[in-house]
Design a protein around this ligand. Sequence first.
Ligand code: UD1
Ligand code: UDP
Length: 382
Amino acid sequence: MKKPVILTIFGTRPEAIKMAPLVQAIENSGDLVSKVCVTAQHRQMLDQVLDIFNITPDYDLNIMRGGQSLSGITTLVLEGVEKVLMQLKPDMVLVHGDTTTTFAAALAAFYCKVSVGHVEAGLRTYDKYFPFPEEMNRKLTGCIADIHFSPTETNFNNLVREGVSPEIIYITGNTAIDALKSTVSVSYEFENESLKRINFNNKRIITVTAHRRENLGQPLKNICLALKEIVQKYDDIEIIYPVHLNPQVQEPVKEILGELPGVHLIDPLQVLDMHNLLSKSYLVLTDSGGLQEEAPSLGKPVLVLRNETERPEAVEAGTVKVVGTDKNTVINETLKLLDDESEYRRMAHSVNPYGDGHASDRIVEAIRYWFGMTDKKPASFR
Ligand code: UD1
Ligand code: UDP
């Protein structure tokens, strides 16, 4: 039998981090051919990940533009991926999550009648504008997908409720946790100069990231104003904020927090620095999806700077709290954790609802099953 050719397509930082372990697992399978296409919806932030995981893409569409629009990204991905598919003729395309690359690449595959596997399938808020446009991207990708890799049982149930046959959904865990297993180490030495200078023993570190489209404008300003008040109240905390390269994030963040003692606005971190920073942090404030999965695994409380989450599992486990973007609420919820030891201890325990580090292996086995290369379905992650 000819080895099936699997084309993995991704374009942004989080997709790359979560697809990297899967690309490695496909390469190591021996009986699947791995090809990689990056859209480069992100350029620098994608390249940081490719470097760390030693991935050399077979195709690079290089589509990123400053101030790019959703329609612009969609069009360039659709046209670019179609050309790759016509040339390569893969047996399956894998896409990840809910970015515009994800949806447009899945659509291009559908137009070319290539099977689509959706990694990180079935996350939902059921509000089409929150997160925007991710909720719609993942729903539309789910409509197109032939095989769904759901991180958790909750995600599986969401898809079943929408009418997807349970036969084509696999509960795999999230590949984010596979990546995390290979990146965090106690003896890690930071590459970033600002992090090298931080005294992690005497200070409580609050790691912050915020970049979501629905938070651009006033919500992001509120978050920054809250951080400003928080840092001014304590002399034992340092805020470390690797700032997303989007100018609509950079400008307000630098304007409100630049030059403030105790606040370190730094460039986006390469993933080894980032994961090891998380492991040394006291607390995480974020609107990121990925950090909501990683920090609980490292036993770090997370305050989510959004009004909803598609990742309820760690909220239920008590390590993540959704606090929104109201300035006073962000301040009050943060102070509770900084001032009340028992409140902090209640949230600061390690839980792993998102994976056990073997998601990529399960996905590879499910793909082999799909192609009739094994008659054994992989066991679910529970
Ligand atoms: C995208 C995803 C979002 C994901 C996020 C992860 C969509 C619609 N959004 O949002 O789901 O959570 O990535 O970070 O798919 N930029 C650079 N260099 C980079 C990356 C971005 O300069 O390496 C700047 C560019 O000016 C670009 C802008 O950031 O136009 C916005 O990038 P874009 O991919 O459109 O949106 P994100 O907010 O990053
Ligand atoms: N991350 C990183 N460097 C940073 C900030 C985040 O490597 O400076 C990692 C983070 O650990 C997680 C992923 O990027 O694995 C999350 O990406 P992002 O917040 O951009 O997107 P989201 O998860 O919100 O889609």
